[in-house]
Each structure stands twice: as structure tokens, then as C-alpha cells.
Design a protein around this ligand. Structure first.
Ligand SMILES: [Zn+2]
Length: 219
């Protein structure tokens, strides 16, 4: 899922758990993706591309069981919960952050082609709704999800514009017919991972900044 829509999930978490500081919430919704970037750059996980990239379905998340698998996310969410709820003695924070971490794989399952494993070492079945096989439809669904997060949060018009604009800015990536900078990434999966890393941070900062006047800081 596009980084801006993962970031928008922090709006839902903030609405449900207003007492939890927003920065850890923002980082948690993308923790899985931060690991994916790191593991790709280190060569622990792999991404491949078609010789020509016209849209996101020309990029294949070939091997990512340590960042994106059901078991890996369950372990990660548990560790976050254990550290925050038990070690730091903040049970509500721990629950909210564990849900935020888990939200990532749920949203990816709802959008990805079959590239999410049950656990490292288990090669099949590979899970995913297959929506990214139809990129333009995926963009519509993702944008609607981001807008829904905004609506639940009751954010400002600037925040709504930001979410929609970030989705529209990715249009060429979601359309084989519209050329865009994605063709430069063909054969360069590590550069792709680094670009996604920057994209994650920009998305989180954008949502954090443009929602700042509406963050709920107490129950
Ligand atoms: Zn992901």
C-alpha cells in the first residue's frame, strides 16, 4: 500500500487511543516497511523488476518473509507490546502500538498480489488479495481508504488535500499507460528500496504535520 495511506492509519489509531503520543504511532504503522527497506538494502530480502517498469505490477516483492509475513508481524507486534506494556508499564500504549504495527500487514494483505508468506521458511501459500494486479483499481481503493481515515479522524481540509494529492502523485506508478519516473528503477531494486524509504518518511511527516492541530492528546 502507498506510504501515505499506511500513514493515514495513524489517524484511526489516534482516534481510538488519543492518549498515545503520535510519533510512536506514526513509526509503528510503518515499522514493517522500515524493516523491508533495511533488509532489501542489506540483501536479506530481495525485490526484482521486469526489464521495463510501466507500473507497480512490473516490480516483484520476490522474497520478504522477515519483514512481511504473518508470523514476522505477529512477533514484531508482540515485542512492541511486551516492551511498551510490560517493560515501560504503559498497557494502553502497548496495545495501540501493537495494533498499529499489525495494521501494516493487514493493509498489505488487502492490496498485494500473492507475495506475503505465512512465515519465514514457508513458501506456500503466498497471500494477498491480488488487487495490485489491477493497479488503477488499487489506486482508487487505496485513495478511498486514506480519505476514510481522514473522515473518521475529522481532519482539516489541508490534510484531506495532502492525502489525495499524495495518492494522485503516484498515478503513473499505478497506470501502465501513463509514463513516469518509475521506469528509471528497472533493474535497480536497491534504489527502489531506498526511494521507498524516503517515501515512507515523507508520508509520515506529511500526515504528522498536516494533522498536527487535530491530534488528540488525551482520552
Ligand atoms: Zn508493506
Amino acid at each position: 500500500m502507498n506510504a501515505i495511506n499506511h500513514a493515514a492509519t495513524a489517524l484511526l489509531i489516534n482516534k481510538k487511543w488519543p492518549g498515545v503520543p503520535i510519533i510512536p504511532v506514526l513509526l509503528s504503522v510503518q515499522l514493517v516497511e522500515f524493516l523491508w527497506v533495511l533488509f532489501n538494502l542489506l540483501g536479506i530480502e530481495t525485490t526484482t523488476t521486469e526489464p521495463q517498469i510501466r507500473a507497480l505490477n512490473d516490480i516483484h516483492l520476490a522474497y520478504m518473509p522477515y519483514s512481511h509475513s504473518i508470523a514476522a508481524t505477529a512477533v514484531l507486534a508482540f515485542l512492541v507490546w511486551a516492551v511498551v506494556a510490560k517493560l515501560l508499564k504503559k498497557p494502553a500504549w502497548g496495545l495501540a502500538l501493537a495494533v498499529a504495527v499489525s495494521s501494516h500487514i493487514i493493509l498489505d494483505l488487502a492490496t498485494h498480489v500473492h507475495d506475503i508468506a505465512l512465515a519465514p521458511g514457508i513458501g506456500s501459500p503466498m497471500l494477498g488479495s491480488g488487487l495490485y494486479g489491477v493497479p488503477l483499481l488499487a489506486l482508487v481503493v487505496e485513495t478511498l481508504y486514506g480519505v476514510w481515515c481522514w473522515r473518521v479522524f475529522r481532519g482539516s481540509k489541508v490534510l484531506l488535500t495532502t492525502i489525495v494529492a499524495f495518492n494522485l502523485a503516484a498515478l503513473s506508478f499505478y497506470s501502465t499507460a501513463i509514463p513516469g519516473p518509475e521506469h528509471l528503477l528497472a533493474g535497480h531494486p536497491k534504489i527502489f528500496a531506498a526511494v521507498i524509504g524516503v517515501h515512507i518518511i515523507v508520508g509520515l511527516v506529511a500526515v504528522g504535520f498536516f494533522a498536527r492541530s487535530h491530534w488528540r492528546s488525551s482520552a
